[in-house]
Design a protein. Structure first.
Length: 119
């Protein structure tokens, strides 16, 4: 059982930056998703097990960046935040590096961390 714990969310102003962290109990490919009430989880970014490959959604490319350290932590660097980025962010672990933009590829999910961007 892989355990994932997100942290780093909070209340910021538009234009500010945040870094979300995902602490994993095992090293896997990891993705970040976000979900608005009543909506499906939306892909944000993903990184492979080795960290050599990353993918970002068009809606955040150029503002958000995913990275990982030499251990098991994965980060989502969020810059130039907008009120539309206000949502709960989840990290998830996947056993494969394929289809990392699809929520169904992930078998383990964290509890989420709230990001609120005020205008």
């Amino acid at each position: 059982q892989v355990q994932l714990v997100e942290s780093g969310g909070g209340l910021v102003q538009a234009g500010d930056s945040l870094r979300l962290s995902c602490a994993a109990s095992e090293r896997y490919a990891v993705g970040w998703f976000r979900q608005r009430p009543g909506r499906e989880r939306e892909f944000v970014a993903a990184i492979t097990y080795s960290g050599a490959n990353q993918r970002h959604a068009n809606t955040v490319r150029g503002r958000f960046r995913i990275s990982r350290d030499s251990a098991k932590a994965v980060y989502l660097h969020m810059n130039v935040l907008k009120p539309g980025d206000t949502v709960v962010y989840y990290c998830a672990a996947a056993p494969s590096k394929r289809n990392l933009d699809a929520a169904w590829s992930y078998g383990y999910w964290g509890q989420g961390t709230q990001v609120t961007v005020s205008s």
